[in-house]
Design a protein around this ligand. Structure first.
Ligand code: ATP
Length: 308
C-alpha cells in the first residue's frame, strides 16, 4: 500500500534569467484524485508541471513524483506517468494509429488501442498523418497517447482547449474513468466549469505561488454565497429593507427591479426579506440564494485585469 502523495512539491523556485516564474511553490497531489491547477496566463503552471514531468530543472526546492525524483529517476518514472502536452511531442509525418500503437508498445500493460481510438472518436483519422489532423483531433490523439500506457499518474495540460462540445464530454468521461481506476491526475485548465466538474482538489496559482487550495465546494463557500437576490418592481425603498435586516447586512438595487441582500444568508434572513416584502406589498418574481462559482472565486483572488 503506497502512502506517499502522487506529487509533492516543496519550496519550488524556477527562474528564467531575471524573471522568477515559480516563487517558492508548495503543492501536494493526492493519489487517485483529480487535482486541477488553475491560474492566469503566466502564473507558473506549465513551468511547475514541466518540472514535475522532468522536462525542466528546478532552481530550488524539492519535487517528488510517485516518490521519485523526476530528473534523477526519469527512466524509472517514465513508464509510470502519462503526459499530455499542449503541443508537440509527436512526429508530424507519423500516422495517428501508428503513433498510438507505438506508444502502447512501449508499455507493459497498455489499454486496448482500438477501444481508445473509438472512445475518443479517432477512428476515421487513424491513417491520417499527424500534421493533417485538425487541432481537435491532434488534442485527442495527445490525450490518447498520455493514457494508453495505463499510467499511475497523468498530467493533462489544457486537455480540452479547442475541442468541440462532444470531444470535451468524451475527454471528461475519460478523466472520470481514470479516476475510477485509481489513476492520479494533474489537470491544468483555464475552464473553471471543467475544474468544477472534474476536480477533487483545486490549486489556484498566481505569481508563481499557490494562493488558494481546496475542493471546488470549499473554495466556492466564500463571500458571494452570502448573497440573496430578488426581483420585484423597480424603486423599492431599500433603506427600509436595510432597517429590517440584521446589522451586518447590506441591501442594494443592482439594476431597476433587481435587489441584492448581502449578509449571513440563512432561513432567518430569507424569512426577514419575505416578511418585509409582505409588509410592503411586494411579490418578488424570483428570489434566490447566489452560490459563488469557481470563476467568481478565481477572479476575486487573481483580479480582473489582463495578464501580460
Ligand atoms: P499560461 O496559462 O499562459 O500557459 P502558465 O501559468 O503556464 O501560463 P508559465 O508558462 O509557467 O505560465 O510561465 C510563467 C512565466 O515564465 C511567464 O512570465 C513566462 O513568460 C515565463 N516563461 C515561461 N517559459 C519561459 C522560457 N522558456 N524562457 C523565459 N521565460 C519563460
Amino acid at each position: 500500500m503506497r502512502t506517499e502523495p502522487a506529487v509533492e512539491v516543496v519550496g519550488l523556485v524556477k527562474r528564467y534569467g531575471t524573471k522568477t516564474a515559480v516563487d517558492g511553490l508548495d503543492l501536494t497531489v493526492a493519489r487517485g484524485a483529480v487535482t486541477a491547477v488553475l491560474g492566469p496566463n503566466g502564473a507558473g503552471k506549465t513551468t511547475t508541471v514541466e518540472i514535475c514531468e522532468g522536462y525542466r530543472r528546478a532552481d530550488a526546492g524539492t519535487v517528488r513524483v510517485l516518490g521519485l525524483d523526476p530528473v534523477a529517476d526519469a527512466a524509472a518514472l517514465r513508464p509510470r506517468i502519462g503526459v499530455m502536452l499542449q503541443s508537440g511531442g509527436v512526429y508530424p509525418g507519423a500516422r495517428a494509429d501508428e503513433m498510438l500503437r507505438h506508444t502502447a508498445g512501449l508499455h507493459a500493460h497498455p489499454v486496448d488501442v482500438d477501444l481508445l481510438i473509438e472512445r475518443l472518436g479517432l477512428g476515421s483519422c487513424g491513417r491520417t498523418a499527424y500534421r493533417r489532423l485538425s487541432g481537435g483531433q491532434q488534442q485527442r490523439l495527445a490525450l490518447a497517447m498520455a493514457v494508453v500506457g495505463r499510467p499511475e499518474l497523468v498530467f493533462l495540460d489544457e486537455p480540452t482547449a479547442g475541442l468541440d462540445p462532444q470531444a470535451r464530454r468524451a475527454t471528461w468521461d475519460l478523466v472520470r474513468e481514470l479516476r475510477q481506476d485509481g489513476v492520479s491526475t494533474v489537470l491544468t485548465t483555464h475552464f473553471m466549469d471543467e475544474a468544477e466538474q472534474l476536480a477533487d482538489d483545486v490549486a489556484i496559482i498566481d505569481g508563481g505561488r499557490v494562493i488558494a487550495r481546496g475542493t471546488p465546494e470549499e473554495l466556492c463557500r466564500g463571500g458571494a454565497e452570502n448573497t440573496l437576490r430578488f426581483t420585484g418592481r423597480p424603486g423599492l425603498d431599500v433603506t427600509s429593507l436595510l432597517k429590517a435586516l440584521p446589522a451586518d447586512s447590506a441591501a442594494t438595487e443592482l439594476t431597476p427591479g433587481t435587489y441584492r441582500v448581502d449578509g449571513k444568508v440563512g432561513p432567518q434572513l430569507l424569512a426577514t426579506v419575505a416578511s418585509w416584502c409582505a409588509q410592503h406589498g411586494v411579490m418578488p418574481d424570483a428570489i434566490a440564494v447566489e452560490r459563488h462559482t469557481l470563476e467568481d472565486v478565481f477572479l476575486e483572488l487573481t483580479g480582473k485585469e489582463l495578464r501580460a
